[in-house]
Design a protein around this ligand. Sequence first.
Ligand code: FAD
Length: 311
Amino acid sequence: MAILLFADHDNASLSEQTAKALTAAAQIGAEVDILIAGKDAAAAASQAAALAGVRNVLLAEADALEHRLAEPAAALILSLAPGYDTIIAPATTTGKNVLPRVAALLDVMQVSEVTEIVSADTFKRPIYAGNAIEVVQSTDATRVVTVRTAGFAAAGAGSAAAPVVAVETTDAGAALSSFVENILSANDRPDLTSAKIIVSGGRALGSDEQFRAVLNPVADKLGAAVGASRAAVDSGYAPNDLQVGQTGKVVAPDLYIACGISGAIQHLAGMKDSKIIVAINTDEEAPIFQVADYGIVGDLFQILPELESSL
Ligand code: FAD
């Protein structure tokens, strides 16, 4: 038995999500090879090789793989698939883009957004926006699995670096898609999905000016990322990429401060695994208090400036 872990990286560095998915892969209980598909990606490969519990790092470099487009990346994984009975990836934008194509081409069922490894073929995953946990046993010869990394600690450094092995690439899939442009929003705050602290705002913020004026100073003091509820995003108070929840990002920081957020189930689906949750809400009956470790019943426009000056 062996596992192929499709790494999330940007050629220069390996994302922490890969180290977390490695922990999940290790719990399956087989040898793990990490696949770095990219271009000029030796740096990411050596970071992967330094992780504990890695048998080999497979380094596949080609122009078509530079941006890990689904078509050439899936074709590459397919060419390696016969050597593995599990193909796993973190459920990041890249993992969620590439692995369904792999599963379709292998004609197997993907098990998506796994939160717990029960055994080599059995996994737990949330359904109904996290209201129920499904136990899925796969009878497929090759299991294709994405991991919701929030529930897994990142694998640490190993005692010796794993070998980095160059892998043959082909042109398969390369003509099907091409990379045009990567437009990144300018943001000097930590990335929402990897931030240790998130200050998140809801509809109660009332306007985009107030959203920024009230949340940013506290986030600045804490070195935190800023998040938002869907109501805040839909009202235009915050950009789309800040949305936390079922249809936004799934986060699990050490500290999540929910300000003027009621705690709808779809919001909780994205943040309830946070280690410590602080809620600030004027309504003591707000559902957010049911998941909060610390609750402050009060007006966020008064409490947040006070918190900022105390910090
Ligand atoms: P509200 O529910 O309006 O809550 C505002 C809160 O602010 C209230 O609790 C109020 O008491 C409090 N408040 C008011 N004034 C103050 C003040 N001055 N100080 C402190 N507190 C105050 N939502 C998400 O967030 N993420 C998702 O990904 C998401 N996906 C969805 C997917 C589907 C299919 C559907 C149907 C819905 C989804 N939603 C999602 C929407 C979700 O159901 C809620 O409508 C939304 O989360 C509510 O946002 P909110 O808490 O900011 O607003």
